[in-house]
Design a protein around this ligand. Structure first.
Ligand code: DQA
Length: 147
């Protein structure tokens, strides 16, 4: 099983970016934790981070035929991007949306996600653990789908 992990804009700054909200782990550390869990589960993961909407769309399109599912933190594009949502719909792979912070208890503009309706589910508010919970959820979902 192959899972593509997509990190959206400004997540490359994790570690120094608003640590009170997003925690102090760097993106590399989070990717290492995801890799360790993936190994435990017996699934392979590849990582993609971009600050550009178009590059994220290209990565999602390239996952078609190459991956079994997508774990995505679309970051600010969660709240703005019809184009990323359309790309996810187009490739028709199972998607789990994750957020470090609980977007539902933050500013009102973060409450709406364009991505949630095309995702299997959303996990938000557990810091870096959101990715780990999300990977477990996606892995379990794909395994059930395959059987
Ligand atoms: C975020 C939440 C978004 O609202 C924000 O724009 C981000 C990060 C999170 O992981 O908590 O950049 O997706």
């Amino acid at each position: 099983m192959n899972v593509l992990v997509v990190h959206g804009p400004n997540l490359n700054l994790l570690g120094t970016r608003e640590p009170g909200i997003y925690g102090s782990l760097t993106l590399n550390r989070i990717d290492e934790e995801i890799s360790a869990l993936a190994e435990e589960l017996g699934c392979s993961v590849s990582f993609f981070q971009s600050n550009s909407e178009g590059m994220i769309i290209d990565a999602i399109q390239q996952a078609c035929g190459a991956c079994d599912g997508i774990l995505i933190n679309p970051a600010a594009y969660t709240h703005t991007s019809v184009a990323i949502r359309d790309a996810l719909s187009a490739v028709a792979l199972p998607v789990v949306e994750v957020h470090l912070s609980n977007i539902h208890r933050r500013e009102e503009f973060r409450h709406h996600s364009f991505i949630a309706p095309v995702a299997v589910g959303q996990i938000a508010g557990f810091g870096a653990d959101s990715y780990l919970l999300g990977l477990r959820a996606l892995f379990t979902y794909i395994k059930k789908e395959i059987v």
